[in-house]
Design a protein around this ligand. Structure first.
Ligand code: NAD
Ligand code: ZN
Length: 358
């Protein structure tokens, strides 16, 4: 199934499906053969599992240059890796008519996308995401590497020419990565509609079910939401902000743990519990939160805030969040499941709800 992403600068298809890299092999090869050189960028974990997939996709293509393998995770998004990849591109003779294929999670996609954005002032690139989280990062054209002083501080907008998302590749995700990425699907359920949420809760009662039951339709839905937003306007305030449900408190938790103690989605789950409690206070949300919490715990999420994190520390962090304007913290809350709204919430209320998290 293909989703069309149309932005002011580019139009491209996003293909999502179990084994789509097999079924679309001929199409992909035809597309790649139109370029002067083809370079795959991946990381060491993904290469260990899927070198054969990259080999198949490039078999018989004499434009192919040796794959560049980065260190796994955030270690791919550094200036030093960026420079090494650039050296590889130059040595392998890539030019303006060449293409880069990002084969990996969000980290590989961000790095490879930024390399493509900046090599010779921009060459084409294709996204082949391999994580759940990358259903978000592979669409929209944001690319970046990290600076020692902050995440994603150096980057560019650069849309891919195509996205091929083979959900069969998710089967090898380590459990913690699987759980972390799945949090974004839970978020879609909470902000989109109760039927979707119930479906997600019924179809995924255990960790094992995340590996067994195909997520294609849910990931597609998430991508469609993102595609709609990108089409309207990058700076859109409405639905785009809704995607930040759970992220205000969640980012503060993530930052407090130096971006290593919690994985992104693990922190977002804590943030969503906070946003649900806050909604009960502010909008009068009626929701079987306890049932949701015990389901989450069965999946292995830890929704608690450890005692060493103080309210003041997290509050300051939320104030500094880049989405904060005029010193007021905007929260995405739920009037009911599937009906988000944006609220400025007073510090006293935040503190009261924070105590309930303990
Ligand atoms: P990641 O790319 O670091 O991948 C997570 C881990 O899983 C890595 O160790 C990786 O080697 C491994 N892995 C990847 N695919 C695998 C597979 N199929 N089987 C086994 N192991 C696999 O992390 P991520 O969660 O995909 O992405 C996080 C990154 O995405 C962050 O850097 C974040 O800043 C970025 N991001 C970007 C955007 C955007 O719009 N550009 C949006 C959200 C997040
Ligand atoms: Zn997120």
């Amino acid at each position: 199934v293909a989703i069309e992403v149309n932005t002011a600068t580019a139009n491209y298809p996003v293909l999502v499906g179990k084994n789509c890299l097999n079924t679309e092999e001929a199409t992909i090869k035809a597309q790649l053969s139109g370029y002067s050189k083809v370079l795959f960028i991946t990381d060491e974990n993904v290469a260990a599992h899927y070198a054969h997939v990259m080999v198949t996709l490039t078999e018989g293509l004499d434009q192919t240059v040796p794959v560049y393998i980065t260190p796994a995770g955030e270690a791919a998004k550094t200036f030093s890796v960026y420079e090494k990849v650039m050296t590889h591109l130059i040595q392998q003779g890539l030019d303006r008519k060449s293409v880069i294929v990002a084969f990996g999670g969000g980290a590989v996609g961000d790095l490879a996308g930024f390399v493509a954005a900046s090599f010779m002032r921009g060459i084409d690139f294709i996204q082949m995401p391999t994580t759940i989280l990358a259903h978000d990062s592979a669409v929209g054209g944001k690319t970046a590497i990290n600076h020692p002083l902050g995440k994603n501080l150096v980057g560019a907008f650069h849309q891919p020419v195509a996205v091929y998302y083979d959900t069969a590749l998710l089967e090898t995700l380590p459990e913690r990565q699987m759980r972390s990425g799945f949090a974004e699907l839970i978020k879609h359920g909470l902000i989109a509609d109760n039927v979707l949420l119930e479906k997600v809760m019924t179809q995924y009662p255990t960790m094992a079910s995340l590996y067994k039951n195909d997520m294609t339709t849910y990931l597609e839905e998430g991508i469609q939401i993102k595609a709609n937003i990108v089409a309207v306007d990058e700076k859109e305030q409405g639905i785009r902000a809704y995607l930040n449900f759970g992220h205000t408190f969640g980012h503060a938790i993530e930052a407090a743990g130096n971006f290593s103690r919690w994985f992104h989605g693990e922190a977002i789950m804590v943030g969503m519990k906070f946003a649900l409690l806050l909604s009960e206070e502010v909008t009068g949300l009626q929701f079987e939160r306890e049932r949701w919490e015990s389901w989450s715990k069965t999946l292995g999420y830890d929704l608690s805030v450890p005692d060493d994190l103080t309210f003041e520390e997290l509050f300051t962090s939320m104030l500094h969040d880049k989405k904060t304007t005029y010193q007021a913290i905007h929260f995405v809350l739920l009037n009911k499941i599937g009906e988000p709204s944006i609220h400025v919430v007073e510090k006293e209320i935040l503190q009261r709800v924070f105590e309930k998290m303990k």
